[in-house]
Write a protein that binds this ligand. Sequence first.
Ligand code: ZN
Ligand code: FE
Length: 242
Amino acid sequence: MADIDIHLFPCLNDNYGILVHDRASGRTAVIDTPDGEEIARQADAKGWRPTEIWNTHWHPDHTGGNILLKERYGLTIYGPGRVDGRIPGIDVKLGEGDRFDFGDHPVRVMETPGHTEEHIVFHLEAATACFVGDTLFTLGCGRLFEGTPEQMWESFGKILGLPEETKLYCAHEYTLSNARFAQSVDGGLPALEEAVARYEAMRERGEPTVPTTVAVERATNPFWLAGSAKELGRRRALKDAM
Ligand code: ZN
Ligand code: FE
């Protein structure tokens, strides 16, 4: 959207830092904090003063820069807060269905447990964007550290139930290794092969494969396709043929 700018940049080994800037209000949200110094450098270079952090879950590669950024900018930290003591510096504890305003734009929170027992995503409809942390990756799925496959399945359903054009900002660049797994179960699926070729070319040019979209993940993500009876039949037929 014209009045919201989103800046994505690599952080640590394979994380992404994300800054979301609302021109009208001047607010700038930092989506997770893999590397506080790098995030501050990027924000300062843009001339955007961070006003808040939106944390998706407690893992250190998502909250490690919280305190540095809070001390530097005096910002407000939003995050999942049912379990105490996990999000450094948290100010506003959020759960399923909570809403808050980002300038004039509502942000809607959904709980997506699976990777961790408490994981939330932030849907910013005004930017046609959802910040999904480590729940869903381009062609992949977050590791189940604390949750069950059933929980993760439900979480996937929430994210992939958003409007098709919604851009999904995941927190890591895992796409090419995810692609190898996806091809091992769904190789030959035209939408998948087309997407993998595109991602390989993008990575060769050094471009991020994030964001992806709801429409693309519904058509290519092996963890989502597992729920389609047609796909399961096809996978079984493939296996039998091997
Ligand atoms: Zn994580
Ligand atoms: Fe992570």
